[in-house]
Design a protein around this ligand. Sequence first.
Ligand SMILES: [Zn+2]
Length: 682
Amino acid sequence: MIAYDGSRYIFLEQALKSESAWFINRRTFCKQLSAAAVLAANARAFSFATTASAPTALKNRAPLAPNAFDPLPLGAVRPAGWLHAQLQIQANGLGGHLDETWADVGPNSGWLGGIGESWERGPYFLDGLVPLAYLLDDTRLKTKAQKYIDWTLNNQQSNGMIGPHTNDDWWPRMVMLKALTQYQEATGDPRVIPVMQRYFAYQLSQLPTRPLRDWGKFRWHDEVLTVLWLYNRTGDPKLIELAKLLHQQGYDWQAEFADFKYTQRITREFIKLDEHNGLSDTGLATHGVNNAMALKASPVWALISGNDFDRKALLHQLAELDRYHGLPNGIFSADEHLAGLNPSQGTELCTVVEMMYSLEVALSVMGTPMLGDRLEQLAYNCLPGTFTDDMWAHQYNQQPNQVQCSLNHKPWTTDGPESNLYGLEPNFGCCAANFHQGWPKFAANLWMASGDDGIAAIVYAPSEVHTTIRNTLVRITEETDYPFRDKIRIAIHPETALAFPLQLRIPAWAKDASIRVNGQPRQAPQPDSFTKIERTWKAGDTVELTLPLEARTRKGFNNSIAFERGPLVFSYPIGEDWLKLRDRGMTADWQVYPTTQWNYAVQIDSIKATEAPVGEAPFTLKGAPVRLEVKARKLPSWVAEDGVANPVPESPVASYQPEETVTLVPYAAAKLRITAFPELKS
Ligand SMILES: [Zn+2]
C-alpha cells in the first residue's frame, strides 16, 4: 500500500500487515503517515547525491504537444548563495510564521477542519509554504505544511470533493491542487494521486450542471495545468476531456486580447463595482491578478490544441498589456484593475507573484528567451521591492514612482487607502496569503530539462541541480552573484562522462556575452536566444558565462527615462521616515513619509556604475551591491498631491536649478523611490 523506500514507510506497511495494525485507528495512522512523509522527504533530500533516484523531468504524454523545456520536480533545483539567504529571510519572516499571527491561516482554518477562513487563503499559503519548506529542507516548515496537506488528503468526501464542506467553489480547490502537485513531487506521498483522480472524476461529472463561475471561470488555466500534470502520470483520457471542458467553460482570454478594448485606466463606474461587488465579467476581465494568471492561458491550452497560434498568443497579450499599462519596473499597472501607463499607479503583490508563475509556465511551454528576461526583471525588482527588508511586512500596491506610503487619498482604480502601506495585510488579505509562492517557485524553475534530453539554464541565480540526464546522475553547480555581477560559473558533474546539450539563455540586453568552456572561448552567442553547447561532459567541466552589465536607459510614459543594468531597474532613493500605524501581532503596519526632495530631472549622457560587495541581503539599501551615478537638476514644478507624485512631466524639460550628481540604487532597495524621471533638455 505504501510505495516509499524510506524505512519508516516499510515499517508502517509491515505494521499494517500485522495483526496489531488493526488496532491502529485512522487518526493515529494518519499522524504516523505524515511524520513519515517528512522523514522520507528528508531522507530523499539527503541522499540525492548518492542514490540513483535523483528527480527527473517528465515529458508530456501524447497527444499533448511537447514542452520546449520540461520543469524539474520540486527538489531537483536547490537555491545557493544569496538566493538561499533570501529564501531564509522569507522563512524567518512572515513566510515561516504567518499561521502563528494571522487567524485566516491559523489553527481554525477551514483547511484544517476548523470553522475559520475556508476559501482561498489556506491553499494560497500552502502553494508557497510547500516549496519554501522543501527548498530549504526545513523540518519546521515541512511539519507546518503537512498539517494542511494531511487534512486535505484525509478528508476527501465520498463523492470525491476535497476541501472545507462549507463551500463548494471550484476556485480555492484549483489553488490547493497546485500545492498538492508540488508536495507530491517533493515527497512521492502515494495518497496524492488517488485523491486527485477521485476529485477530477467528481468535477467532470459535476461541471455540466455546476459550471465554472467568477474567479474559477477567469482562472481555468491554472487547473488545466494540474489536470495535465496528472495526465502525464496516469494517461487517463478522461483528464483530457476535463481539461477541454474547463477551457470551454472558462473565459476566452485570447479573444479579449485579439481585440483589446481595455486600453484606458479602469474606473469603479466602468466595471460597476458597487453593483456587482467586482464580479461582473468586465471587472474580472480587467482585474490585475486575473490578467497576470491569464498569461499562461494560451500556452497551456496550446499543449492540448497543438496549435502554434495558441502558443504564441501570449506574446501579443503581453505586448498589449505593455503598450497600454506597462510600467518601468517590468510589470503592468493593476491597482487593482488595469490602471494605464502613469508610473504613480500601482501593482498588487498577487499580480507580481502570479505573473512570475505564468512566465515560468510559459517559458516551459514556449522556450521564448525574452520571457526569462521579464521573469528576472519581476523577481529582482518588483518582488523584493514591495517587502520590508526582513519580509515581515509587504504592500498591497507598489508604485514605480512611490513618494509616500500613507493613508492619504490615492490614485488607485478600485483599492482602498491602506494599499501602499507596509504591513501584515494592507487593504485586503489575499497578498498576505499568496505572496509565498514568489521566491520558491522562481528558485525551483531556474533550470529545466530540455526537449533534446539535455538541460537548460532558464533564469540565473546561485543554485545547485541534482537530476538524471540520459539515465545518468548529473550534479550541476551555478556560482554567481548575478544579477549584481556579470559572471556565471557553471560546473558539471556527471556520474560518468556523458554527452548532452546544455542550453543557456542569453538575455536580449546582453550585447557582448561570452562563453568559455574549461577556459577555452567559444563563438559569441546571440542576444535573445538559447545558445546550445553540445559535448561529452566530464566531472568538473566548467562553463563561464559573462553577461556584460552595461547601464542603459528605457523610455516610457511621457518620454520619461528609466535606468537599467542587466535585469535590475534603478531608482532614486528618497529619505524614509517609518511611522508605525498599529501593531499586528508578531508584525506591524507602517506608513513611510519622505524626508528628502525627489523631484529630479536627469541627464542620460553620463551614467557611472560603482560596485560594493554582495552580501546576504542584496535587495536592501544598506546592502545594495551596485549603484549608478547620474547628473540631475531639481524640477520645482513637479510635486506630489495627497502623497502621490503627479504624473511625470512630458520630456524633455528645462530646469535652471544647480546641477547635482544623484546616486540611484536597485529598485528593491528604495522603499520610497523615483523610477521614471523627466529628461533634461540637452
Ligand atoms: Zn493580493
